[in-house]
Design a protein. Sequence first.
Length: 564
Amino acid sequence: MNLTLAYRGRSAIVSRPGGLAVALAPNLRRDRVAFDAAFLQPLRFREAIGALHDVVVSDHRYHAKDNSAYESHLADRNQREAELRRTTTSRSRTAILKESAGLDPADIAALETDYRRLRTQYWGARQNYSNYLTRHDPELWRLLVPCDPVVTVAPDCLFFECFSVDESSYGCLTVDRAAFSGERDVALGTTNVDYSWSLYEHFQTLRSYRETRFLVDPAGIEVQAGEEPSYREEKIDLPPSWLRGFMQIQAAMSLPMRRVSISREGLYSVLAFLKRHRASRSPRAVRFELIPGQPVAIILEPWERRIVLHSHPYDGPRSEVIRVWGRDRLRLLARLLPLMDEAEVYLLGTGLPSFWSVRMGEMRLLLGLSGWTANDWTGSGALDQLAPPAEPSDALLGDIAAAFEDSPAKTFDQIRQRTGAAPAYVTAGLNRLALMGQLIHDLHAGLYRWRQIMPVALALDAIGPENAETAAARELVAHGKVKITRDDRRDDGLRILEGEIPDRPVSLLLDADGRMLRGKCTCSHHFTGGLRRGPCRHLQALRDGTRPAQTSRSLDAWFASFGF
């Protein structure tokens, strides 16, 4: 998707008489959005926006092992050996020159000293220039952050949204209007704001002993006095996978979920244990054991470390066990522990997105995690299965949109009463509008808020179709073309699957988390790319064929499957 951003000036923290001002430059290609007020607790905002920055730049995808320490050790050893050789050679050369030409060894040493000094100066300047380009080159920064964060000014709060570069983490910082004083020039709406690494560094200078104002100013503010705000445009080609992942997590937030309250001590116990321990084998899930009326138990696999949350008993409708993955991303919440009052976890199901909400007085940070750290074929099928089994009608979508005309925030019951539709149909419509980027579900407040994440309404084809191999695998399973001939589990926890699809022998090795480790298939997709491009339709069908059969369901049955 092509997106054009236009800014007048850059976002910055500027000095003003009596304090500082956090001035954010909004996107001029969208409707006017403005806000001007003073923070009552600037330190809370500093830590919360710092955690949101960590979400923006987080990249937990697999990377090759870093051998820089060993390579540095080899370089130091080679340097010492080279120094010994140079010293020996220099002594021999000095002796020969002294005997043959009568040159003074002190002059030779001075020349070598100047040469080393100038060489060090040259390479130091090159390294500094390289670091400068890394920090200030807009093209490099755009590779790191595909799209600038989004800020929404609502009647009761402000909230900032972002999506990580690895397409697996979603962050939303909500700040109640009660956290500000002296408001003026308020214009409600949603817009992108200019963001850079230097702005994050400036956020760290916020202090409690001086007044700090927060501005969303379309007129633009330049750091240097007397300088006219510069106008600039950026044309961005959003990666289809990034946009689809962002919208899928938005849609998942609109569905009914299990809520688990977690105290500061409980969250600290989880983060502290994960920081001290690193799993060398699967499974690596966080397991929630939910029993109505009893404390929730969090089990960290594979150590089976049990953390019981005694502060609040679980009040859900039924007993169940839910496992979620990608727990390393929870470390983004560590810097909020000293400020948090309480936290909540919202769960959809095993292998599905989870949402961790941390409340800090008038501020709340929501961290949404996809089912897996890599938001790819491993979890996309599960996300697609969350979608309603029937398409909501255009009339229903229009009625839901019309319900927000008098107020941009509504509860589920208010929307249902306004539209007159059954709860299942209202949920399906809200899910579709969230997938199109039209609204967001405020989990803590229990409100659906109307806001357009993009300047224009997104069509489903703009979000991108699902993976062709995944769709074909679903068809194979639905038509009963999967024949399982072997399903064994080894002593080390690995699972071996073998079968025929159709008349094509396939085999698969799964770890304890259900991820594919190795596979064999004779199709061209697997022959040319193996698992590097994602598994072929036959391997996915073999894995999905071992799951309980999913019959076609009505919207009411789909809604009832969430337990509400």
